[in-house]
Structure formats: structure tokens, C-alpha cells
Design a protein around this ligand. Structure first.
Ligand code: FBP
Length: 555
């Protein structure tokens, strides 16, 4: 047997806790169907696009005799899509155990390397032995992940061929909003083609932006925010001890600032930017720098030349002038892809791009530090997103703030010392051992997906709710994927997409932060959450995120 750390060995033995309803045998779990549903917007268009799946009811599993579930042996495929999030292995464990419980001859097939594994027919059967080596562990390494999008008619046809040809009758897509949009398209395609394949989605992303009334949180958010909060808390303590540096910490969260908000609750830094607020207030970059300078000056007057600032990685895309620049860059990069590919130096590419941008945007780009400028023109991901994890916004902030403070010094309006250290916490948080919450939640999501499959449902997302309660009291069911969709403009075209959940400025979590931040900017009320705990008192090992607690009125 391979060498393992003590925690690895212990976590393999952890038994995730299932909601009471899912503990009943499948013949005692009855799906209850709600009313027909609609979408969050653009119902007529979506109805046309998804005429087989649109309008399905929400499903809630309750206790009751059920003799009509599928008892025959089936093969189910699973794919992990997009960025890693702690708990993916437990989704697979829930699927595996659920399938074997219903019929010991059921099989679970993992598609390798993300959706490209479906297109290329790369797969492996998950056996007992394989599964047992990954229970309650972080990462997606059991079958790996990828960001390929199934979009061309050929890719859809190949997917069908590989799924149907291998006798797989259901596919579970574990992913974020883009991947679950892809799951909805696949479900519709199979239905149109009369292919006997069900599709079920599972809500994954550390970013926490796949949530709504029926999906309380995406998995991985709990673990990632706790890991970041541990380190940010340590930095707060370092800052308070050395009292000579400002630390700027950029945290993952490509399009939404939920991670930054949650880490702010857990650590109480001096400043935390919330991108959604920057957008709503149409704050320019200069205004962001002014707001930072105000805090630095005020603290310096109190002899505090130190502090901690949290920055969501997506901040740059929320600043109106950058948003416009990035949008134009997206168009230029797409339109002149072949011309740019012929240019072999970054300098030449930049010079070419300047000529294709509006003059104002070209000069904004030129005003930025060289490194940032280069990061802005990196390749986009397959869904057309800027890879903000590569853009060092925290360095841009420090650079601009430093310039501003130097000017203020000359004017005599600032006399402190400003020395900054920058950090990016992103990949560190995605593959940690899942917290007990993520271990339990993910196992339940996988097990519940099996219940949806054997009861014949397709085009649904596995949904486990009531998450601030003890796992035994969690509710289980399914939400139609089309219910979460609207139409958005992507790469110049109208596309059906699952709507991203951004931080709501009139929501309880943001209001709670807004009520405390002025105090925290000047006072030092840092919190030190310490490392994730897996064993010990329930208040330490089972608590859910503050965001969820605020949203559910528990705080
Ligand atoms: P998903 O939305 O796929 O879960 O990924 C989220 C994320 O962790 C972001 O926070 C981050 O910007 C991105 O992945 C980085 O991934 P990559 O290294 O593939 O660009």
C-alpha cells in the first residue's frame, strides 16, 4: 500500500453523514413533484430551445412506498468539469455507494480529464478498490478534470456515440454554471435524438456563485474559504506583531466576490473590496485607490503603518473602465487571432492590439504596469472568460496606491510609511481535504443524484437543502436546470446560460459587512480562525459558512 499521512488514513475511514430521507432504502424514497416551473427570465425563448425539458417540476424526496424505480442494472457515467473544488471525490463516492445499494451490478464509469473525456471516449470503471483510496480526500485526481466545452455538432455526436455505445444510460456532470449549462444542453440533445441517456448536474465551484433559492451553496466553497481564512488570519496576526507592512491578498473568485466576503467575515481585515459594489457604484480605479489611500492615511495618523486588504480576483472586471477594456480586448483577440499568432513577441502583439483599440482604451492599457498589460492579453478559457487568476490585480493596486501616496507626501497630506507585500491565494484552497460539511454535502449530492436517475429524471440538478441544520435534517430532491437559466450575450451571440449568483448588495451578508467595515478599517479586530478541524467539538468541525448563516437568518 502507498505511504499515506496520518490524516489521509483517518479521513479514508470517515463515514459521511447522509440526510435521514436518503438513508431509507430506495423503495421507501418517493419523489414528490411540485408545480411546473419557468426560467428566471426569457421563458419563451428558452421554452423553444429546451422544448423537451423546459417547465419540469421541482422534485422533493419524501418517505413513501416506491416500487416504480429502475431495478435493472445500469451504467452511469460521471465527469468532473472545470476548476477543482474540495469534495468532488465524495460526489463520486456518493454515486458509487448509491448505485451499488440500489443494485450491486450497477456500474460507475468515470470520464477522464473532464468533458474532453466524453468526446474522445476516455473512461474507466470506478471499482471498490479505486473508490476506497479517494474517500473524503480533496482534489479531482481520481478521474481528473478539464474545461473543454461540448459545443460543436460533431462534439455532441461523438459524445452520444461514446455514451450510448458504451451502454451508459445516465451522465452526471459535476461543474459550475457553465458546465451545468452544458449539462442542460446535453439533456436536451439526448431527448431530441431519442437517445436513452439521462443527464443530472451537481453544483460545484469554490467561487460560490452557483446558488439560488433551490441550491443553497456550491460545494468546495466551505473548504476553500476556510483554508484561505486560516492563512489570512495568520497574516493578520503577523501584521499586528511586526506593525510595518500592508498585506494585499488577492483571493480567487473569478466573477463574484463571495469568497472575499466570507474570508472577510472569518478574519475581519481592515479592507475588503467587493467587486459587485464597485460595479454598482461605477467606481473608477482612481476612486478605488482614493478609498484605499484614505484608510492608509487615517491609520498612519494613529501610528499604524500596517494593515490587511482583501481583493477578489475578479475586481478588475468590475471596474467599468477595465470592463470596457477587457470586452474590447476579447473582441480584438477573437477577431485577429490568426494575425496575432503570427507575431512572436509580446511587445509586437501589444503594439498590434493598440492599433485596434479605441484611443482612450489603448492609452488606459499603456498606463498600466507592463506585467499587467501582458496578463490582460493572455488567451481566454474555452467559455470565453478572461483568466483573472493570472492577472495580478493586487500588484496593480499597490503600484497605483504607492504612486498616490508619494504625491500626497509631496503635497504634505501624508507622512506615514507605506511598505506592501502581495499574495495570491487561489490554488491553495481548491484541493484541501474537504471539511466535514463538504464531505457530507458532496456525498449526499452524489447519492441523491442516483435517486434522481433510478426514478427516471433528466435535465435536473441534484439539490440538497436546509444546510444550516444537522445533516440528518437536510432535504433532498432535484431542480430543473432550465429553471436557473436566462439568455445572455456571449461572444457576440445570445446564449442560454445558468445565471451566475453575484454578491447581492441588498442581501444580508453584504449588509452585515457594510455595517462593520468602517470600524474595522481603523480598529484592529482581526479574527484568527486557525486550520480546518476535522475531529472535535461540533461547533468547530460542523459549522457552515457565515455567508450561509446570514442568508438563512441564523446570524
Ligand atoms: P470553476 O468556476 O470552474 O469552479 O473554477 C473557479 C476557479 O477556481 C476560479 O476561482 C479561478 O479563477 C479559476 O477557477 C482558475 O482556474 P484555471 O486555472 O483553470 O484558470
Amino acid at each position: 500500500m502507498k505511504d499515506m499521512s496520518t490524516l489521509q488514513k483517518l479521513r479514508l475511514q470517515y463515514k459521511p453523514r447522509l440526510p435521514a430521507i436518503l438513508k431509507s432504502g430506495v423503495s421507501s424514497i418517493k419523489p414528490k413533484l411540485g408545480r411546473p416551473t419557468s426560467s428566471i427570465a426569457d421563458a419563451d425563448k428558452l421554452k423553444e430551445m429546451f422544448d423537451h425539458n423546459f417547465g419540469k417540476p421541482v422534485i422533493t424526496f419524501g418517505k413513501g412506498k416506491n416500487s416504480s424505480y429502475n431495478k435493472k442494472a445500469i451504467k452511469v457515467g460521471v465527469v468532473l468539469s472545470g476548476g477543482q473544488a474540495a469534495g468532488g471525490h465524495n460526489v463520486i463516492a456518493g454515486l458509487f455507494d448509491g448505485l451499488k445499494k440500489v443494485n450491486k451490478n450497477n456500474k460507475l464509469i468515470g470520464f477522464l480529464g473532464g468533458p474532453s473525456g466524453i468526446i474522445d471516449g476516455k473512461m474507466m470503471e470506478i471499482t471498490d478498490k479505486i473508490m476506497d483510496a479517494y474517500r473524503n480526500t480533496g482534489g479531482f485526481d481520481i478521474i481528473q478534470s478539464g474545461r473543454t466545452k461540448i459545443e460543436t455538432p460533431e462534439q455532441f455526436a461523438k459524445s452520444k456515440q461514446n455514451i450510448v455505445g458504451n451502454g451508459i444510460s445516465a451522465l452526471v456532470v459535476v461543474g459550475g454554471d457553465d458546465s451545468n449549462t452544458n449539462a442542460a444542453l446535453l439533456a436536451e440533445y439526448f431527448a431530441k435524438e431519442n437517445a436513452p441517456v439521462q443527464v443530472i448536474g451537481v453544483p460545484k465551484t469554490i467561487d460560490g456563485d452557483l446558488k439560488n433559492d433551490m441550491i443553497e451553496t456550491s460545494f468546495g466553497f466551505d473548504t476553500a474559504t476556510r483554508i484561505y481564512a486560516e492563512t489570512v488570519g495568520n497574516i493578520c496576526r503577523d501584521v499586528n506583531s511586526a506593525r510595518k507592512y500592508w498585506h494585499f491578498v488577492r483571493l480567487m473568485g473569478r466573477s463574484a466576490s463571495h469568497i472575499t466576503l466570507e474570508v472577510a467575515f472569518q478574519t475581519q481585515p481592515n479592507v475588503a473590496f467587493i467587486g459587485e459594489e464597485v460595479l454598482a457604484k461605477k467606481m473608477t480605479f482612481a476612486q478605488i485607490i482614493d478609498s484605499l489611500a484614505k484608510v492608509v492615511v487615517e491609520r498612519a495618523e494613529n501610528k499604524k503603518n500596517f494593515g490587511v486588504v482583501l481583493v477578489p480576483e475578479g475586481l478588475i472586471e468590475f471596474v467599468p473602465e477595465f470592463k470596457t477594456l477587457i470586452k474590447s480586448l476579447n473582441d480584438v483577440l477573437a477577431k485577429y487571432e490568426t494575425d496575432l499568432a503570427k507575431l512572436d513577441s509580446v511587445r509586437a502583439k501589444k503594439d498590434f492590439i493598440y492599433t485596434k483599440l479605441e484611443p482612450g482604451l489603448a492609452s488606459l492599457m499603456k498606463s498600466m504596469p507592463d506585467g499587467i498589460e501582458s496578463q490582460l492579453i493572455l488567451d481566454r478559457d474555452p467559455h470565453g472568460n478572461v483568466m483573472v487568476s493570472q492577472i495580478e490585480t493586487e500588484k496593480l493596486l499597490v503600484d497605483m496606491l504607492d504612486r498616490k501616496l508619494r504625491e500626497m507626501k509631496k503635497e504634505g497630506t501624508y507622512s506615514g510609511k507605506f511598505a506592501a507585500i502581495t499574495h495570491f491565494f487561489g490554488y491553495e484552497g481548491r484541493c484541501g481535504f474537504p471539511t466535514n460539511f463538504d464531505s457530507n454535502y458532496c456525498y449526499a449530492l452524489g447519492y441523491n443524484a442516483v435517486m434522481l436517475i433510478v426514478n427516471g429524471f433528466t435535465g435536473y440538478m441534484s439539490s440538497i437543502r436546509n444546510l444550516t441544520k444537522d445533516p440528518s435534517m437536510w432535504n433532498a430532491g432535484g431542480v430543473p436546470l432550465t429553471m436557473m437559466m436566462n439568455i445572455e450575450r456571449r461572444k457576440g451571440e445570445d446564449k442560454p446560460v445558468i445565471q451566475k449568483a453575484l454578491v447581492e448588495l441588498d442581501g444580508k451578508p453584504f449588509k452585515a459587512w457594510a455595517a462593520m467595515r468602517d470600524r474595522l478599517a481603523v480598529n484592529d479586530e482581526y479574527l484568527f480562525p486557525g486550520p480546518v478541524q476535522y475531529y472535535g467539538p461540533a461547533e468547530l468541525v460542523d459549522a457552515t459558512t457565515k455567508t450561509l448563516q446570514y442568508e438563512k437568518g441564523k446570524k
